[in-house]
Write a protein that binds this ligand. Structure first.
Ligand code: XMP
Length: 512
């Protein structure tokens, strides 16, 4: 793989995605990984990510200088550019000139391998205080900007390159081209990580892991578990049984979608468990978000274990399939040095006494890759292109205690919002639109001749590429108006609709 060393920036994930878009498999590794640990992964190249710190700051994450002796091609980006320059004997200084945001980058000379033939002036995204003021011995300067004399350097012979700007962000229009050239032309990596290769690889890995055993897969109604199930079914056929838990935290129509559409597409064995009572009881009186997530995660597993006992007659179900994705793994603290932001119920909330061995065929994939895998496996667009929906469901979209009545209220409001967004043709534009019920908040309204004292509904439409970062979607006013009018008219407990205009960060997509 290509290893992306995470020096603490949000950007490491994004770099990994861009590398994969160039059809090369990549993984994010913490900056604390030793040279031995890195080499053990047999990397075809290493990319040093940006980071928030100055290379001179106390406690700034360092790079082991031995890394440049290992014979592995290295690309440094931003902070990584400075680390690499320094490790190779170049000079990094706080010049007092900072550059943030869109910056004009000029090609120097021929521009080296990375910039050959690109426009002489290009816009690129910068974010730095210090600058490389002298390129390492033996390397050529390939780009320059007002604030960074050495905005790019490369040593083609030793297969090193650095860029001060961020080629991975969309604001650097030629960035993907620059990354591709590093991978293909400097590092000599061959593209081959395609959807069908992912499917073949994962099917083989699952077949090897499960052997002649049997597996259960929990279907949540979401894209991830559906694709994970379809993949495992391809590997082990009817030794897979899917268990669909109706935990009562589902959106309107979801149960039918699973019981009818998914089964029609895959022919998978499906057992539906009605656990609505059980979840409501377990959640009674609980208002703390992490508490809710842990309870829902725990109950889920308990229901599976019960299903497993019921299925014992057919054989020994030892494996549990989960649709865990790469961002879940990293955000749950799976990537060292990354803060635990929320315990996603399919990772952090697992109970200690788990009696299954986990099968997680999507553990290394991003959402868009999962969608492509789903289509490759023959799942219909209606399932594959569906908005992401969190495992804990509507349980984390009711702010306050979860009760049957509140769930009904939220379900109605959510159905209206989804219906109107789809009718307006906005499904492709928005990543997802959580609809949130502020169950503990009341406000005064007037309807007909009477005073009302109802709850607000929050609309949270977001645009995102992978849910790691997101922006609020600028929905047309007419669409917002229709949703608002319909919800306040049709949903009895609700007298106000508000719009969440927060990006991520600082907000997360879900409210809990
Ligand atoms: P946040 O709220 O962390 O959400 O910005 C990021 C994405 O993850 C989804 N999400 C979850 N998915 N189990 C899941 O399978 C969970 O516990 C969970 N929590 C959040 C969320 O809908 C968004 O797409």
């Amino acid at each position: 793989p290509v290893l992306v060393m995470d020096f603490g920036a949000q950007y490491a994930q994004l770099i990994a995605r861009r590398v994969r878009e160039a059809q090369v498999f990549s993984e994010v590794v913490p900056s604390s990984a030793t040279v031995e640990e890195l080499l053990a992964k047999n990397p075809s190249a290493i990319i040093l990510s940006g980071g928030p710190s100055s290379v001179y700051a106390e406690g700034a994450p360092a790079m082991d200088p031995k890394l440049v002796e290992a014979g592995v091609p290295i690309l440094g980006i931003c902070y990584g550019h400075q680390l690499l320059a320094r490790a190779l004997g170049g000079v990094v200084e706080p010049t007092g000139v900072r550059e943030f945001g869109r910056t004009d980058v000029r090609i120097v000379g021929e521009g080296g391998v990375l910039h050959t033939g690109l426009p002489e002036h290009q816009t690129a995204w910068m974010s730095h205080n210090d600058s490389v003021t002298k390129a390492p011995e033996g390397s050529v300067v390939t780009a320059s900007s007002d604030g960074a004399e050495v905005a790019g350097f490369e040593d083609v012979e030793r297969r090193f390159a650095g860029v001060q700007y961020h080629p991975e962000v969309a604001h650097s229009p030629h960035g993907q081209e620059v990354l591709r050239r590093f991978l293909y032309e400097i590092a000599g990596v061959r593209p081959g990580w395609t959807t069908s290769s992912i499917v073949d690889e994962q099917v083989a890995a699952v077949a090897a892991q499960i052997g002649d055993g049997r597996a259960i897969c929990g279907l949540s109604g979401g894209v991830d578990s559906a694709v994970a199930a379809a993949l495992v079914q391809r590997a082990i056929g009817d030794r897979l049984t899917c268990v669909f838990v109706d935990h009562g935290l589902l959106r309107a129509g979801e149960r039918t979608q699973v019981e009818r559409d998914f089964v029609a597409a895959t022919g998978v064995n499906l057992v539906t468990v009605d656990a609505r009572e059980r979840f409501l009881n377990a959640l009674a009186g609980v208002t703390d978000p992490e508490q809710k997530r842990k309870i829902i995660g725990r109950e889920f597993i308990r229901v599976f274990e019960q299903a497993e006992r019921d299925l014992k007659a057919q054989g020994d179900y030892r494996f549990l399939v989960q649709g865990t994705l790469y961002p879940d793994v990293v955000e749950s603290g799976g990537g060292e040095g990354t803060a635990n932001i929320k315990s996603h119920h399919n990772v952090g909330g697992l109970p200690d006494d788990l009696r299954f061995e986990l099968v997680e065929p999507l553990r290394l994939l991003f959402k868009d890759e999962v969608r492509r895998v789903g289509l490759e496996l023959g799942l219909p667009e209606t399932i594959v292109q569906r908005q992401p929906f969190p495992g804990p469901g509507l349980g984390i979209r009711i702010i306050g205690e979860v009760t049957a009545d509140r769930l009904e209220t939220l379900r109605e409001a959510d159905a209206i919002a989804r219906e109107e967004l789809t009718a307006a043709g906005l499904d492709q534009e928005i990543w997802q639109c959580p609809v949130v019920l502020l169950a503990d908040v009341r406000s005064v309204g007037v309807q007909g001749d009477g005073r009302t004292y109802g709850h607000p509904i929050v609309l949270r439409p977001v645009s995102s590429e992978d849910a790691m970062t997101a922006d609020w979607t600028r929905l047309p006013y007419e669409v917002l108006e229709r949703i608002s009018t319909r919800i306040t008219n049709e949903v009895s407990e609700v007298n106000r609709v508000v719009l969440d205009v927060t990006s991520k960060p600082p907000g997360t997509i879900e409210w809990e």
